[in-house]
Design a protein around this ligand. Structure first.
Ligand SMILES: [Zn+2]
Length: 204
């Protein structure tokens, strides 16, 4: 009694119930078939956030497009992220590290047709930090599914981006209004998680 200990949630996740979801930071969306300088621009911020997360044992989950060569989505976007190709691999600057998780997806939402929800529940995750691209496509659609499943959503605005500033800005506003997403910055998020980490007392 009286000692400040970190509370254990009993699962394998971190004590804060947080996970970082890295959405579609793959070669095709950064430098390949659907490349975007805006996607490249968020790499350093995501890098910083992932370093912090791993240092605090916050789970890092990569969700990556992985399509068959006949995917109907190509009618809208052209071919991209073909399963097994270099384009479908996470960019080298953000390469997954030991202990990270990778979930392959075939649709915009990282929950659709994947075991992501079960993985997050096994990790005792209740809050999802969404980073990656595009703010108005895969990030927003993943936020919708996270909201339906009762997760709290946090979006650091400097760790997501879209093909256009307008698309990016609109999606942030929509997620904030409609899904109650907390739109913040990576620095602010890290500061708040540090603070939370320091003050969680334990009663035993
Ligand atoms: Zn796709």
């Amino acid at each position: 009694m009286g000692r400040m200990l970190f509370a254990s949630r009993g699962g394998r996740g971190d004590i804060l119930g947080v996970a970082v979801l890295v959405i579609d930071m793959i070669n095709d969306f950064v430098s390949g078939m659907l490349k975007s300088s805006r996607a490249k621009g968020v790499v350093p911020n995501i890098q910083k956030l992932l370093e912090f997360a791993r240092s605090r044992k916050i789970p890092v989950v990569y969700t990556c497009d992985s399509h068959q060569s006949t995917d109907a989505e190509f009618e809208l976007w052209g071919p991209h992220a073909i399963a097994g190709s270099r384009g479908a691999e996470v960019v080298s600057e953000l390469k997954p590290k030991k202990g990270d998780h990778i979930v392959k997806k075939g649709k915009y939402s990282a929950f659709f047709g994947t075991d992501l929800d079960q993985l997050l529940r096994d990790l005792d995750v209740t809050r999802l930090v969404l980073v990656g691209v595009s703010t108005d496509v895969c990030v927003q659609n993943t936020a919708a599914d996270a909201f339906y499943r009762g997760y709290e959503i946090v979006v650091p605005r400097d760790c997501v981006d879209a093909f256009t500033e307008e698309g990016h800005r609109r999606a942030l506003e929509y997620m904030g209004k409609v899904y109650g997403a907390k739109v913040t910055t990576s620095d602010e998020l890290i500061k708040n998680l540090r603070r939370e980490h320091a003050v969680i007392p334990c009663s035993f």
